[in-house]
Design a protein around this ligand. Structure first.
Ligand code: PNS
Length: 164
């Protein structure tokens, strides 16, 4: 039976760090389902459909990887897709501190364990929140994100600016 991993996140926007984690997850599992979810503590810059589309475009060349929208609980999605594991990337200890309670809650709800992978250290400075902040202040983000993402972030920021 194919072993499926779920890589969940807000991906607001997807970064090269996320792509690295998905590639590592795919090396360990037959199929990877990237789940674009809602973090109750965050108001996203990009709408969910855009986040799904940008991620899907970035992994279009990777067989065995698909991207879905996760409207509800990660535990429910894990059940739907028959996940053997949740895979998340760690850049350092602060990531672990944030991920640990989520991993426990997800195992409580679904029985599915979270597997942590250490990403490429050359990408450890990249976080979606910082990418948004750099872009917001006019900095260059093109080499931090997959092709087409920087333009989408700039578009979203300019639309947001107009609506204020
Ligand atoms: O990239 P993020 O913001 O750390 O991703 C967090 C996300 C979206 C994976 C998390 O908030 C999530 O799983 N949301 C779905 C709702 C859920 O299952 N909540 C309880 C598990 S912690």
């Amino acid at each position: 039976m194919a072993r499926v991993a779920v890589c969940p996140g807000s991906f607001d926007p997807v970064t090269l760090g996320h792509i690295d984690v998905v590639r590592r997850a795919r090396a360990m599992f037959d199929e990877v389902v990237v789940a674009v979810g809602v973090n109750a503590g965050k108001t996203p810059l990009l709408d969910a459909d855009t986040r799904v589309e940008l991620f899907a475009r970035a992994v279009a060349d990777q067989p065995g990887v698909r991207v879905v929208r996760m409207p509800g609980l990660l535990a429910d999605l894990c059940r739907e897709v028959g996940a053997s594991a949740i895979v998340k990337g760690l850049r350092g200890g602060a990531d672990f501190d944030a991920e640990h309670p989520m991993a426990l809650m997800n195992r409580h709800l679904s029985g599915v364990d979270t597997v942590f992978v250490v990403g490429d250290p050359g990408l450890a400075h990249i976080a979606s929140s910082m990418v948004r902040d750099v872009a917001r202040h006019g900095g260059r983000i093109d080499d931090l994100v997959p092709d087409g993402v920087a333009a989408a972030v700039r578009d979203a920021l300019s639309t947001q600016g107009e609506s204020r």
